[in-house]
Write a protein that binds this ligand. Structure first.
Ligand code: SF4
Length: 712
């Protein structure tokens, strides 16, 4: 029995850790960390290793295209070939286009799995502006903020899209702001190793978060902030730093735009006022602000905690990036830096859409920063399916996205999906979304796909690494990768000239980097070295060429060009009557480190770690309500209720209640698989009026709730 060992890349999250994959008799038998890999140096997280193999050969995987034969959701299907399934889908999509306009077809994708550019290509050629993405509450807000403040036209072309904490640059102060970097990977920076290493030299460690999870490790200052008031906190820091002359005069005078206006705006955010808004101690706020400003270099890890702030989502990140610029901690060693962007031909073909179709993007005229990112507004899409206003939506093609569990107002999402004429789902498992589809297509996962990475390029000690996305080491059933699906659908829709083979498309995408697909696979990674203070020679990519405290882009769009704070849509202050009924504050969207969003609940080793979702309650609150550890508790918001077992915790603001994200129970009966009992989004409001005015982000945190024991 011959064994082979292949170097690969893990793709059980955004991906990037190097792996060694052992095969015996054409079967994958072991996945271990690659000790020579620059990102993970041999380590793998709990989601990889044996879990990759369990997922690859899981008996519940979808292995063949399925076409619905019974009632929607009845679980009656017949197997089909890819050719038949895609011919059926393409014929229907083209008929909707002819009868209702191309905008009547929506494409949807989930977390950034390297498929967005290829999906955009199909959507743009087909002529629909409606690509819905979960990015509207995850990461893309920070991309849009960075673009409006600093990267502008450089974003994704010469600089990466977000100012990323330079953990390998020996920061002396590390601020974790709404981010748990040791258990997460955003901005393409896989946090565990680099943050753990950086903390060994004992930098000043500040956490701004309603919770301080154990994974944060020892901290010097913890600001247990009231959820969704981050913009006020950052403006308070800005005010103190300016008043006490702690800002970086050289950077501010030489390279920024709008300092005077920022100073005037921040004046209102005195320590007293900020303390009242954020519920944090004013002396502690001042202590944190002074330490961040005085300890050079300092970096900020900014995360989903900011993206989920509803009305404040965009402006929280705006205020935080302004802090980076104010203190000169931008693009400096150990600060927040712009990693180099690989040179790529992105395959989107944006110009094919045309301005008439672009104007029809759902939510596009209202949420202008989201529109610029090329996304429709998901809650508006679901609303439009139901109302048929301003036009009917007939079909939705969903690639790697469990829409039912991941978008707000679960009941409405299900209702909208059921109303469609055609729902197509490409996924690995029969999720609650796939269960109510008309056509289900089998998707490849980790170890089954071959593509160059065009998104979320991995960052490491020396720079950006252009690498591959997994490596195709197995073919099980008729599964196809997202790229293969989109290429074949593009061909069936009549755009064959734009969809040659996977190899030709990969070669074309890589051409500006002077490397072809086979060479990149051989090499593993192409290292692009990080340079600091590039703005000294290039300026910034903004209209003024400077770091814009006052954003010209936002001004052009008619938005407030300066950072500001808005009271959350539900709160003791904005809705005092509601607060009497719902006296606690809920945060959802919490990631469990053993799961990747809504994935992994079928994998028994992962379920042993976290068998069911639990509600975190502060011990003082629990005691006042007579709740003990493991008691069943009803969590109720104005939108719905769930029952979960209680976990009693200490390191959390007592007024806060916290539940995890992405849950469904695969072993429960379909089509819902228990979503109405376990999915956090049952509790979340989808009203566009309560979404961020710039990016449309829904309020996943800072919602009023109440708890009762045993649901009584
Ligand atoms: S962090 Fe992501 S890429 Fe790395 S081992 Fe875990 S799942 Fe794989």
């Amino acid at each position: 029995m011959e064994k082979t060992i292949t170097k690969s890349t893990c793709r059980n999250c955004h991906g990037g850790c190097g792996t060694l994959v052992t095969k015996e008799n054409d079967k994958v038998i072991e996945v271990t960390g690659d000790p020579d890999h620059p990102i993970n140096a041999g380590k793998l997280c709990v989601k990889a290793g044996q879990v990759s193999i369990d997922q690859l050969y899981h008996p519940d995987r979808v292995n063949s295209p399925l076409i619905r034969t019974g009632e929607r959701g009845a679980g009656e299907w017949r197997e089909a070939s890819w050719d038949e399934a895609l011919s059926y889908v393409a014929k229907k999509l083209n008929s909707y286009k002819e009868n209702f306009g191309a905008e009547s077809v929506v494409f949807a994708r989930g977390v950034g799995m390297n498929n967005q550019h290829i999906i955009s290509r199909v959507a743009n050629l087909f002529g629909t502006p409606n690509l819905a993405s979960i990015s509207y509450v995850c990461y893309a807000t920070r991309v849009a903020v960075t673009q409006a403040t600093a990267t502008g036209t450089f974003a994704g072309k010469i600089w990466d899209t977000v100012a990323v904490a330079d953990l390998c640059g020996e920061p002396k102060c590390i601020v974790e702001w709404g981010s748990q970097k040791r258990t997460s990977n955003d901005h393409g920076l896989i946090g565990f190793k680099f943050l753990t290493d950086a903390l060994k030299s004992k930098p000043m460690h500040i956490v701004v978060d309603p919770r301080k999870p154990a994974s944060a490790g020892p901290t010097d200052i913890w600001l247990p902030i009231r959820p969704s008031t981050d913009a006020a906190m950052a403006l308070g820091w800005i005010n103190l730093i300016i008043e006490e002359e702690l800002y970086d005069h050289e950077f501010v005078n030489g390279y920024t735009h709008g300092f005077h206006e920022l100073r005037e705006r921040a004046k209102a955010y005195t320590l007293k006022k900020v303390s009242e808004i954020t519920w944090c101690d004013p002396e502690l706020i001042a202590h944190a602000a002074r330490n961040y400003a005085k300890t050079k270099p300092a970096c900020i890890l900014w995360g989903n905690g900011l993206d989920h702030g509803g009305l404040n989502a965009f402006q929280s990140s705006r205020a935080v990036i302004c802090l980076m610029g104010l203190t000169g901690n931008i693009d400096n060693k150990g600060g927040n830096v712009f990693f180099p962007a690989p040179k790529l031909n992105y395959p989107d073909l944006k110009e094919k859409l045309g301005s008439t179709q672009e104007l029809k993007r759902l939510g596009g005229q209202r949420f202008k920063a989201l529109n610029r990112a090329g996304f429709a507004h998901p809650p508006t899409v679901f609303q439009t399916i139901l109302s048929e206003k301003p036009y009917p939506v007939k079909a939705l093609v969903c690639v790697g996205s469990n829409l039912v569990t991941t978008y707000p107002n679960t009941r409405k999402v299900i209702e909208a999906l059921k109303k469609l004429d055609l729902l197509v789902v490409h996924d690995m498992f029969m999720t609650p979304t796939a269960q109510i589809a008309d056509v289900v297509l089998p998707a490849c996962g980790n170890l089954e796909r071959d593509e160059p990475r065009l998104h979320l390029h991995i960052k490491g000690p020396k720079g950006t690494y252009l690498d591959t996305v997994s490596t195709k080491l197995a073919q099980v059933g008729l599964r196809k990768s997202d790229w293969e699906f989109m290429i074949e659908l593009g061909q069936k829709l009549g755009f064959s000239e734009y969809f040659p083979s996977l190899k030709e498309m990969s070669d074309e995408a890589l051409k500006p980097s002077g490397i072809d697909w086979d060479q990149l696979k051989e090499l593993g990674q192409l290292e692009l070295p990080l340079e600091y203070e590039k703005y000294k020679k290039d300026g910034f990519g903004t209209p003024s060429g400077k770091f814009e405290f006052l954003s010209n882009q936002l001004k052009t769009w008619g938005y407030d060009p300066l950072p500001n704070h808005t009271e959350p849509s539900e709160s003791p202050i904005s809705t005092p009557e509601l607060y009497k009924e719902f006296p606690l504050i809920l945060i959802t969207g919490i990631k469990e480190s053993n799961y990747y969003h809504s994935q992994g609940r079928q994998i028994s080793t992962l379920r042993k770690i976290s068998p069911e979702p639990r509600v975190d309650i502060h011990y003082k609150t629990a005691s006042s309500l007579g709740i003990s550890h493991n008691d069943k508790v009803c969590i109720e918001t104005p939108n719905g209720k769930l029952v979960m077992k209680a976990s009693i915790v200490e390191n959390m603001l007592p007024q806060v209640v916290c539940i995890p994200h992405g849950w469904w129970i695969p072993e429960r009966a379909g089509p819902d698989h228990g979503v109405m009992d376990v999915c956090a989004n049952v509790l979340i409001d989808d009203n566009p009026d309560n979404c961020d005015p710039y990016f449309g982000s829904s309020p996943l945190k800072g919602i009023l709730c109440r708890l009762t024991l045993n649901g009584k």
